[in-house]
Design a protein around this ligand. Structure first.
Ligand SMILES: [Zn+2]
Ligand SMILES: [Zn+2]
Length: 394
């Protein structure tokens, strides 16, 4: 058995305790006071000197005694703004917040990796940069940390992430190569008309009418202007107009939604066309409309050579039979893609399904369950892959 997996299994109690602590006290976006304090305290206990990076990002360094390259390993820390319905004894004690995406696992596994790295610091041929990232769910955290220099001093040469999934047997690792997770661009369209009495629509300009035409025209952008060989999607998730009255034409309203794709040039085209369609359609009906882009994350593009390397190393930990190439690209997004945009990177999907198939349910669901048997694989994969990659790329 791989030595890091063995040592990781020996700290199972601690991995479980940390995971349950994070699960019990979820925090969202980049407002993570308890989470950050807990992690920093643990890092200091282990002998690290954690540094702040951006808003509530944490960075720590391991190794650096021997010359070599620098590899970054990343865990995200934020939960989701939703109530928990799992019934677990360590359920969320923060109303309206839940670790429903497994980031509680990520933090626990990264703390486990930190412990292994300290115990094996003399073996590190270069530097491992440990990164705890806020605000993944709204795609702001990775960008913020990069803007605040997480990839510099020392300069990062490659990056590895792990995300747990509620499907896949514990310890199984799925990986993509090339562009394999969608970009994400969020928009808020403001439509302005002229409010009036519902009995006299001719005296106003209905933003609802404009909004409905914009909605339809956006669907036609996908159907008529995008090459059918491309994979991309555009979803309007929210339309809000009026305040419940039957006899009022409101002054303005909003359409909010998201676009996903795998091709940065195509995204640029869609951004331009969405703006043209929105502004043009409003003008046709005598109103006005504008688009605010709320967030933007590039597609996750996993460097093929780095992927081959880390897949080979990870096989030492979990066994070759537990490594699976993705069967298809996913339109789901991860802001780890910002790291992949800057340096060779891979994010493994670590299986953490529960034993009873009837209880398996997707992430971002208030009832989602994860299997803690997956926990020890995380630290071992992080540390073994990082150390082997540094050794082979001196
Ligand atoms: Zn998520
Ligand atoms: Zn996530």
């Amino acid at each position: 058995m791989n030595k890091f997996l063995k040592e990781s299994q020996e700290m199972m109690d601690e991995l479980v305790a940390n995971r349950r602590h994070f699960h019990r006290y979820p925090e969202i976006t980049n407002v993570l006071p308890k989470t950050v304090a807990y992690i920093k305290e643990k890092l200091v206990e282990m002998g690290y000197e954690p540094q702040d990076c951006g808003t509530n990002g944490i960075v720590a360094l391991a190794g650096g005694k021997k010359p070599g390259k620098c590899i970054l390993i990343r865990a995200d820390m934020d939960a989701l703004p939703m109530p928990e319905e799992t019934g677990l004894p360590f359920s969320s004690e923060h109303p309206g917040m839940m670790h429903a995406c497994g980031h509680d696992f990520h933090m626990s596994m990264m703390l486990g990796a930190c412990k292994l790295l300290k115990a094996h610091e003399d073996e590190i041929e270069g530097t491992v940069k440990i990164c705890f990232q806020p605000n993944e769910e709204t795609f702001g955290g990775a960008k913020d940390m990069i803007e605040h220099g997480v990839l510099e001093n020392p300069k990062v040469d490659a990056a590895l992430g792990i995300h747990v999934g509620p499907f896949g047997e514990p310890g199984a690792l799925t990986f993509g190569k090339g562009p394999n997770m969608g970009s994400a661009d969020g928009f808020d369209i403001t439509v302005r008309g002229k409010g009036c009495h519902g009995a006299a629509p001719h005296s106003g300009i209905s933003p609802i009418n404009i909004g409905v035409h914009i909605y339809l025209a956006l669907q036609e952008l996908l159907a008529r202007e995008i090459n059918a060989a491309e994979q991309c999607t555009l979803t309007v998730g929210t339309m809000t107009f009026g305040d419940g009255a039957t006899n009022v034409i409101p002054e303005e309203g909003h359409l909010r939604g998201t676009m996903r794709g795998f091709n940065k040039e195509l995204t640029k085209f869609m951004v331009r066309r969405v703006e043209e369609i929105v502004e043009g359609t409003a003008k046709v009906f005598g109103g006005e409309a504008s688009v605010e882009w709320l967030f933007s994350a590039p597609p996750m593009d996993s460097d093929p050579e780095f992927t081959d390397d880390v897949v080979r190393y990870a096989a030492d930990v979990v066994g070759e039979e537990k490594l699976h190439p993705k069967k298809q690209r996913s339109t789901g997004s991860e802001d780890f893609s910002y790291f992949g945009d800057a340096v060779p990177a891979q994010i493994f999907w670590l299986g953490a399904q529960v034993d009873d198939p009837a209880m398996r349910i997707s992430n971002h669901n208030p009832k989602v369950l994860y299997n803690e048997a997956a926990l020890p694989y995380g630290p071992a994969v992080y540390v073994h892959c990082a150390l082997e990659w540094l050794k082979e790329h001196k």
